[in-house]
Design a protein around this ligand. Structure first.
Ligand SMILES: C[S@@+](CC[C@H](N)C(=O)[O-])C[C@H]1O[C@@H](n2cnc3c(N)ncnc32)[C@H](O)[C@@H]1O
Length: 394
């Protein structure tokens, strides 16, 4: 069986080109490149004729990223998506660069991730408490990304239970968004028939039924959310009830929205574009996770919760690539996700042999390069979580 994790030591541009030459394809790319904060960016020396201005630094950063993103695109499958972590230093430049490499139409989201809930207390100005995740498709029409996840559903939102134990809630069949009305959606404005005593609903009259037209609370005409054929087909999922509105009692029709949707499919909830630390973890949580496995050997890891949420937007057999792997969070999250849901994801992590700072915890622990840190974590993951590890050096 293929191991869940593979680590390749090398410059990611060389590795990406080698992967392409071997026709390797990935469904999900996650990267967390150097943010160009002024002290973490090794490429600043590359600027020719640089005057040291911010502009020169942005140019150098973009010049480093462009060929890597192009090479990443070349190894992405038709259904693939890419998530890129970034902060305010390069967010604007990265967005334009991604538009250039993937096309504006491939933009899916710019998510705000609240990784530092207390906010940065160092230095003047605002206490920045977030960074971004930019999300693009390789091909927006074929992308497998589902912008929803299974585990956010709160069972308490489904207060009703049928005698057979199935939990559900009532949702108005009427479209409550005023943008949809008989003028904008005329085919969805038609009467249905319902019996408020038995609850039965039909698209045609039946004994005991009264005619029900879709109306807003103030009595103005509205439209249904379902077409007439869908109402006929799924009348069992509809219920007619007497409701008290501001204008007195009226008969209305509701959808029975099941906690476990038909076919046993897992219920999913749409993902919003602000992800809170309490949902995905914080940088402090990430440091603690890494400490528990290999020690406090890396300053800015991502929490596995963030990566697990990203993984949850893609199929459970996705082939994942992280070519700025750092401490190996993505590979760790892949193993955790496979254990949790029985998935068969695999992950290729890449990091160069960037030396660790002399005197740092990592150096003192005998980890001479960042690649040594990645390897140490992924070995610990294989031992403690499972899935094995294939190690290569390019
Ligand atoms: C911000 S860190 C990634 C942290 C990671 N997401 C985590 O959770 O630990 C960026 C990493 O990219 C690596 N890196 C920078 N340039 C690289 C290159 N050209 N090839 C491979 N790795 C590179 C650095 O060594 C650093 O570990």
């Amino acid at each position: 069986m293929e191991p869940w994790n593979t680590f390749i030591e090398g410059d990611n541009l060389d590795v990406l080109r080698a992967l392409e030459a071997h026709q390797e394809r990935f469904d999900l790319v996650y990267i967390d490149p150097p943010y160009n904060t002024g002290n973490d960016f090794a490429y600043v020396d590359d600027i020719r004729g640089a005057d040291g201005s911010r502009r020169g630094r942005h140019e150098a950063w973009v010049a480093m990223m462009r060929p890597r993103l192009e090479a990443a695109r070349a190894v992405m499958s038709d259904r693939a998506a890419i998530y890129v972590s970034i902060d305010d230093n390069e967010a604007a430049h990265l967005r334009l660069l991604l538009d250039e490499v993937f096309g504006e139409a491939s933009f899916l989201a710019q998510v705000v991730v609240n990784l530092n809930p207390k906010g940065r207390q160092l230095g003047p100005g605002f206490a920045t408490s977030h960074e971004y995740l930019m999300v693009y498709a390789r091909d927006p029409r074929r992308c497998a990304l589902q912008a929803s996840i299974p585990d956010l559903v709160d069972e308490r939102d489904f207060p009703l239970t049928l005698p057979d134990g199935r939990r559900y809630r009532h949702l108005p069949l009427r479209n409550t968004n005023k943008k949809f009305n008989p003028a904008t959606a005329p085919t969805l404005h038609f009467p249905v028939w319902g019996d408020p005593d038995s609850g039965r609903v039909g698209a045609a009259p039946f004994p005991g039924a009264v005619e029900v037209a879709p109306v807003f609370g103030d009595g103005t005409p509205a439209v249904w959310r379902w077409s007439r054929p869908l109402i006929e087909q799924r009348s069992e999922d509809l219920v007619c009830r007497l409701v008290k509105g501001v204008r007195g009692e009226r008969v209305d029709v509701f959808q029975r929205d099941w906690l476990d949707s038909a076919g046993g499919q897992e219920r999913r909830k749409k993902l919003r574009t602000i992800w809170l630390a309490e949902e995905v973890g914080s940088t402090d949580v990430a440091v603690a996770e890494l400490k528990a496995l290999v020690g406090h050997v890396f300053e800015s890891p991502k929490p596995t919760g963030l990566l697990r949420r990203i993984l949850a937007t893609m199929p459970p057999e996705a082939r994942v690539l992280d070519f700025f792997a750092g401490s190996g969070t993505t590979g760790h999250a892949v193993a955790l996700a496979n254990v949790a849901d029985g998935g068969s994801r695999s992950c290729v992590s890449v990091n160069c042999a960037e030396p660790t700072r002399p005197g740092s915890n990592a150096a003192l622990a005998g980890l001479a390069t960042v690649a040594d840190i990645t390897r140490a974590r992924l070995r610990a993951v294989a031992a403690e979580v499972g899935g094995g590890l294939d190690e290569r050096v390019l």
